[in-house]
Design a protein around this ligand. Sequence first.
Ligand code: ADP
Ligand code: MG
Ligand code: ZN
Length: 474
Amino acid sequence: MFETVIGLEVHVQLNTKTKLFCSCATSFNHKQNTNTCPTCLALPGALPVLNKEVLHKAIMLGKAIDATVNQTSYFDRKSYFYPDSPSAYQITQLYTPVVEHGKLRIDFEDGSHKTIRINRAHIEADAGKNIHDGDISKVDLNRAGTPLLEIVSEPDMRSAEEVILYLKKLHSIIRYLDIGDANMQEGSFRVDVNVSIRPKGDEKLYTRVEIKNINSFKFIQKAIELEVARQKEAWEDGVYDKEICQETRLFDQTKQETRSMRGKEEAADYRYFPEPDLLKAVVTDEMLEKYSVIPELPDQKMARFVKDYEMNEYSASVLTSSVEMAHFFEAMMACGITAKNALTWLTTELQGRLKGEMNITNSPVNAEKLGHLVKRIEDGTISGKAAKEVLDFLMENESDVDSVIDTLGLKQVSDTGAIEAICDAVIAANPDKAEEYRSGKDKLFGFFVGQVMKESKGSANPQTVNELLKAKLG
Ligand code: ADP
Ligand code: MG
Ligand code: ZN
């Protein structure tokens, strides 16, 4: 009877080398307040100059979400005071953003999909950080002036599920384009969730609340559920108009509630006006052409994997779920192995061995090594079982595949002569058992196979052993 209506504002920190309007470095692991200069400290007289790299990344995003890139856009000044913003205003783009009218496709598990419209993506400067330390609050301005792209969706999402699908898709696009780290925990991908409800069938938008800066997909889901329940309850109790107002709310993960943080300001409260210290931002034809050529995106890569490697959609979606995973798989394939084996050895064998803090980016066995290992199975050098031993060894020790195969003596013997000699020796050493087998005790066959494998230290090709023993024992 009710319908949930959600629109998202996502702040993506761009991974440019320098800040938006000055040449300070954007890296954060520096001593506090050292990546600063008169411009990002907002000292009187210092003037901002636009970092072109920011436009390049905005064009790439615009292309990826099928949006209009405005070749001329403008900066506006949004006034507000907060200790982490020394200028007491933020430079942003209100009236004409660099990117407008995009869209993003989300795919449901049942194979259906939906398009979420993106209203705009605009450039703005990040603030510094307030650090609260007991009774004292400190300000670190290393982050002040870092470039952000704020990506604003239309209120097109109808459930927490759709929100998570949208965010995961957007996140993976940012990573595929490599325009930002998009790390939610570190704050380089920050999500504000706008939530309202309405009677199903109603077209108009009701009062929304904005829930700010929730730093995991799990918490976003929870915050939406809690907020929707609160609004529905107010409606059903007949106190909707009294209790639901346009405001900014905070998600409290310990108390499992959203609560009011501040009344929502209207645009007028910010006294927006065109930024007088900056020229318009111009995307030249040349720039547009150059940066519209973007890397393959997750959807396209997935479709290509299905087609080129004849794998099912599920496998392809696992392999393209992150850019790191996709690149790992592709680097394995460059070793000239089959997609089927690359898939299993990456998703089952390697990932099964990545424990704790380990992931495929910092894995001790990289794509080239793993690809090489699979190659050694496929060319008959080692058995699949031996390859697992090699992988175990490489997870713990720095070495290369071929040396480990040698050191551990795992090379598979397919040379019939060598195996035949072992078979003969084993039969000769066990005349009684050979006799028993021949007179009908079939179970003993396994004993002979076991002995031959043992003598060969597991290196004999089991199929060859079976065939030879069958022939010799009659
Ligand atoms: P503002 O500039 O005041 O933040 P916007 O109109 O830009 O407001 O909207 C901000 C976000 O809120 C957008 O993502 C938009 O889709 C979403 N939104 C607007 N109205 C509603 C609503 N009634 N319910 C849910 N989301 C909404
Ligand atoms: Mg807003
Ligand atoms: Zn600076």
